[in-house]
Design a protein around this ligand. Structure first.
Ligand SMILES: OC[C@H]1O[C@H](O[C@H]2O[C@H](CO)[C@@H](O)[C@H](O)[C@H]2O)[C@H](O)[C@@H](O)[C@@H]1O
Length: 661
């Protein structure tokens, strides 16, 4: 029954699923498009899949957005995805409305008074072109007011070629700077973008809005660029999110309103303070830091019983149990093999993985290692708890700096207790490291994930107990994760084809590992920190020299440099956290980092001599090639809209399928 009446959606390989899929009608709304959004209307949009056992919790609804029926759920969103108007599901939900949402919704219902499968695709595309503007058109480029061509710190980088490169990266802040058009403030209901007063640095590519945890590494880079006012503005933007919503959403769009991302707000305030000693600003931010703590304490804590007692820890767990609008088609397709009664749980675990920032990774999957077996809310994540431990530490420190002894002491005690909790729940004495804890298996996941190094980065262990950090180092060393030419991989799982797995290396994870080792008291670990920094910096440099871009993630294997791949969207360029990490490392090691001669711009390119990794890097799969950077185009011109040829193939498939019944 799933296959009867649908538009056909041939899609590329995704989450290890075969390459052609039909978007199953039984997962979608089974009602004419002619519904309205009034509470009392019995035909009011329900959740896709229906039939679930839980009440539907949409990612945005009438409680937090005036235009939820356009961007978060409903027949129009569904139709755009069923008919595959765009290659990337995120394109449509980022398109501003030209008229009021209710008006456009009513027009849509009038014009398409049929079930979604009967809608004519070309007419739908015309409709979208007529009533929506291109994604990103609500954002203006900007030059941050504190941008100077030659910041002192960057000019202090000793190696001339690395300094030149750092200046280029410093220049990219002007490309990634975004300012929301002023007139949007009076018409917020026409946008999925959440209004922000100040300009900000976006990650880049399809990520046009702010992203929460990305912002921490962007801030590190802005500090290297001596752009303290921009840092302040970015922090103020995030504080305004906490003020309005009680927490920082995953990103700056209304479809992110039911989930957060790793909590780095306090860490950004801390980094800003360490560079500026601006106590007045810290005093202003402390109430927001507290409010954010309330969110994580009230909404994201869970009790766990382990051998040594009962503890309460944090986990990633959103309430939303529907497909993510920015990945609507992907989530519908993935769910077709999930039992109807389990789909809401499945989508909640999907969105909870997105809250972790690790979307997606075998880290959240059962032993089978496939997305269909995702169980994010069964996992107690070591990195989140280590971040929270750091937040308590930062609160203690900043309260002390600003003269509030009582609160400082409160957080000192809280952090000391929580450090013990982390030990009891996450530390595995036999393996000598911290690991995620699984509530189903009642044990640690002993596979390597770069997240096990986060307690080292956040210093969440007794400072006198250096043996703990040394044994983590030993474990990582012995498991071979330091042996790859391009940096440390995210995991050692090579089978998932998810982006947060092998062979991808992410700059934020490599940065945390480097910083954790660098700040240790062990010379061998500090030396390893430098070696990883060299690999990461030189690998990024090579790829930049070759492609002219900084990428969201990198393939760490093989001497032929490559951007990363895998997951549900093309690798993106820009890229906020990548640039931030490189600038920070170039400043941290400004006297030590020396570009190898063969990488110098004047050098003849060296032949690739690495035979071991050649099989991976010489892949002839064209989809393996780095994706070209995207730019904003009108919808009609957008090459990402699916082709007429694709539709003909789809319709042929439909005829064949119907004949087979
Ligand atoms: O559209 C799919 C997902 O994209 C985002 O996740 C990825 O990019 C973010 C921005 O760089 C990054 O913070 C995250 O770690 C990446 O996995 C988004 O955050 C997800 O919520 C979204 O579903």
């Amino acid at each position: 029954e799933d296959l009867v009446v649908d538009a056909f959606v041939p899609l590329g390989p995704l989450h290890g699923l075969p390459s052609t899929h039909l978007l199953p009608s039984s997962l979608l709304f089974q009602q004419p498009a002619n519904v309205n959004t009034d509470e009392g209307d019995p035909r009011r949009p329900t959740s896709p899949g229906g039939g679930g056992t839980e009440p539907t919790v949409n990612v945005c609804d009438e409680t937090n957005a005036d235009n939820w029926f356009i961007y978060c759920s409903g027949p129009l969103l569904e139709a755009v995805n069923v008919h595959s108007l765009f290659n990337d599901s995120k394109t449509f939900v980022d398109m501003p409305l030209k008229e009021d949402p209710k008006y456009v919704n009513d027009l849509f219902h009038e014009q398409f008074n049929v079930t979604v499968d009967k809608i004519n695709r070309d007419e739908l595309l015309d409709f979208v072109n007529e009533y929506f503007s291109p994604p990103g058109s609500e954002l203006a480029p900007c030059v941050p007011i504190d941008w100077h061509p030659q910041p002192q710190k960057i000019m202090g980088i000793q190696d001339p070629d690395l300094r030149e490169w750092a200046l280029s990266l410093h220049g990219i802040w002007k490309t990634l700077c975004k300012k929301i058009h002023e007139d949007i403030e009076d018409h917020k209901e026409r946008y999925s973008l959440i209004w922000l007063e100040h300009e900000f640095i976006a990650p880049g590519g399809r990520f046009r809005e702010f992203y929460y945890w990305d912002a921490y590494w962007i801030v590190k880079g802005l500090i290297a660029s001596e752009m303290y006012t921009t840092v302040q503005k970015m922090i103020e933007n995030l504080a305004s999110m906490i003020d309005r919503y009680g927490f920082v959403p995953n990103g700056g769009r209304i479809y992110y309103l039911k989930r957060s991302q790793p909590p780095m707000f306090s860490a950004m305030v801390y980094e800003y303070y360490e560079s500026t000693h601006d106590k007045a600003f810290v005093r202003k931010m402390l109430p927001y830091m507290e409010m954010e703590q309330d969110f994580w304490n009230d909404k994201r804590m869970i009790d766990v019983r382990v051998n040594t007692g009962n503890f309460t820890v944090y986990q990633y767990r959103t309430e939303a149990n529907v497909p993510r609008p920015e990945s609507y088609r992907e989530d519908i397709l993935s769910a077709q093999n999930i039992n109807k009664n389990d789909r809401q749980r499945f989508w909640r675990d999907i969105a909870s993985a997105a809250e972790s920032g690790w979307d997606f990774s075998t880290r959240w999957f059962k032993e089978s290692g496939i997305l269909l077996d995702i169980e994010t809310t069964t996992v107690l994540p070591v990195d989140l708890n280590a971040f929270q431990c750091w937040n308590m530490d930062i609160l203690e420190y900043l309260y002390e700096r600003t003269g509030n002894k009582t609160q400082s002491e409160y957080y000192r005690n809280k952090r000391a207790d929580f450090r013990d909790t982390i030990h009891h729940v996450f530390y595995n004495n036999t393996a000598g490291s911290w690991f995620d804890y699984n509530l189903r298996t009642k044990g640690h996941n002993l596979e390597f994930y770069a997240s096990i190094a986060v307690p080292l980065f956040t210093g969440c262990y007794h400072s006198l107990n250096q043996a703990k950090s040394e044994s983590l180092f030993k474990l990582m060393n012995e498991s071979g994760v330091f042996n790859y030419p391009g940096g440390v991989p995210t995991s050692m799982n090579a089978n998932s084809s998810e982006q947060w797995d092998f062979p991808n290396g992410f700059s934020n994870l490599n940065h945390m590992i480097i910083e954790g080792l660098r700040k240790s008291e062990n010379a061998q670990m500090q030396d390893k920190a430098f070696k990883i920094a060299e690999k990461w910096v030189f690998g990024n440099y090579k790829v930049f020299a070759e492609t002219g871009h900084m990428w969201e993630k990198y393939n760490v294997i093989g001497n032929v440099p490559k951007p990363g791949s895998g997951g549900e969207y093309d690798v993106q360029d820009g890229f906020g956290w990548t640039n931030g990490v490189i600038l920070d490392l170039l400043i941290t090691y400004n006297h030590r980092l020396k570009l190898p001669d063969q990488l110098r711009p004047t050098a003849t390119p060296a032949a690739d001599t690495d035979a071991t990794d050649r099989s991976d890097s010489s892949s002839s799969d064209p989809s393996d090639e780095p994706a070209p950077s995207r730019s904003t185009r009108s919808v009609a011109d957008d090459p990402s809209t699916t082709s007429a040829a694709g539709t003909v193939v789809s319709l042929c498939s439909l005829v064949l399928l119907l004949l087979s019944f």
